[in-house]
Design a protein around this ligand. Structure first.
Ligand code: HEC
Length: 353
């Protein structure tokens, strides 16, 4: 009888009711067993959300790498266009939390009755203040909640794992295991450390975080972006010197992850509002730089051993874009500015050239 009800609910597309009433409390997985297995999902309604009983990420229209971290809290990739938001709506998602640097798609979210909260974190993890904000957002805002970064593998998983431990939903070991399911690369040690060091938080501690959750957080300034680009570039240079392999003196480095991070930094910079005010030549160079970094990532991804000569040719072209842009951007700047770490930390708004 109970099984009949579940099926009836599933066929009506009421995934959420099922999740709340059944999945979290039991070990059965109606989402996975009650429905006939389908081939590639084509519509949101055909793809139920994942449960914490699942040991692999799921794909749904407009969403990748979706993994459950709580009864109705999922981590995954940035919702892609109308399809992504249609899936979230079909799942009953009330709140989307972005931990990515890019500005959220507020228009599509509100068109689907979904609230957006934007609390970006780094690939190196996040501090206690950010942790409390994330935990409070998930504790207080209407669920189901979808947490995303760009790919949905690293930062959203690190945030979701930390939140799940802080709210007592998962043990530390279970949270770390979930992150591995999400595909969090082992070299993101800061993200793993956040989840590993998390512990159950009491209400008073969580209440210390502001309940004023921003829908958009201004992206980091150009200097801050450049510092991150430079760090990543340095690590890629070390990887190139090691013949496009893990350097013997830096065994923590993962070649493809560094190329991915560099492409990501350049992509976020290109999408930031301050760049829109720059001259076309600047934006063209940035786009060129980004596409070369993306090519490096693709090569390191699809050919495990890589073609060192081709990789190095691209690396050389990449360094040329850094040099070219710095040369021309310096000429465009009206007056020399202090670009020390202090000014980067203060994150001053850039002046239009
Ligand atoms: C499209 C233009 C552009 C590209 C491409 C570019 N940069 Fe920059 N970079 C700038 C500008 C402009 C500044 C100066 C920012 C300022 O002072 O406000 C800068 C500053 C820097 C700084 C100084 C940051 C500081 O304050 O200490 C470093 C380091 C840097 N870039 C590294 C790189 C590397 C490495 C690459 C290539 C992988 C690169 N950049 C690609 C435009 C670019």
């Amino acid at each position: 009888m109970a099984q009949m009800n579940i099926k009836a609910l599933l066929w009506r597309g009421s995934w959420i009711a099922v999740l709340y009433t059944t999945v979290w409390a039991s070990t059965t997985m109606p989402g996975a067993s009650a429905l006939p297995p389908t081939a590639a999902p084509t519509t949101p309604a055909q793809t139920p959300p994942p449960t914490t009983a699942m040991s692999a990420p799921i794909e749904a229209p407009g969403l990748l790498n979706v993994v459950a971290y709580g009864p109705a809290v999922w981590s995954g990739s940035v919702p892609a266009g109308d399809a992504g938001f249609a899936t979230l709506k079909a799942w009953g998602v009330q709140t989307v939390i972005s931990v990515d640097g890019a500005a959220p798609d507020l228009t599509r979210a509100s068109a689907n009755g979904i609230r957006y909260v934007h609390l970006p974190i780094g690939y190196d993890g996040f501090d206690d203040a950010r942790k409390l904000q994330l935990v409070r957002a998930v504790r207080d805002l209407p669920q189901p909640i979808y947490i995303h970064c760009h790919h949905g593998k690293h930062r959203s998983a690190g945030a979701a794992g930390t939140i799940a431990v802080s709210l007592g939903w998962l043990t530390t070991d279970a949270a770390l295991a979930r992150m591995k399911i999400s595909g969090t690369a082992p070299n993101y040690t800061g993200l793993y450390a956040c989840a590993a060091s998390a512990s159950l938080l009491n209400a008073a501690t969580i209440d210390q975080a502001s309940a004023d959750f921003p829908s958009v957080t201004r992206p980091n300034g150009l200097v801050e972006a450049m510092l991150a680009i430079d760090d990543t570039n340095d690590r890629l240079v070390a990887i190139e010197r090691a013949g496009w392999k893990v350097p013997a003196d830096h065994t923590d480095l993962v070649p493809v992850a560094e190329a991915a991070a560099l492409a990501d930094h350049l992509r976020l910079l290109a999408a930031s509002p301050e760049i829109a005010a720059r001259p076309p030549s600047f934006r063209d160079l940035l786009a060129k730089s980004q596409s070369i970094a993306q090519r490096l990532e693709d090569q390191l991804n699809t050919v495990p051993s890589g073609d060192p000569a081709r990789l190095s040719a691209d690396m050389q072209a990449l360094q040329a874009t850094c040099k070219d842009c710095h040369a021309s951007a310096r000429n465009q700047r009206p007056a020399p500015r202090d670009v020390s770490a202090t000014s980067a930390a203060a994150n001053p708004p850039p002046t239009a050239p």
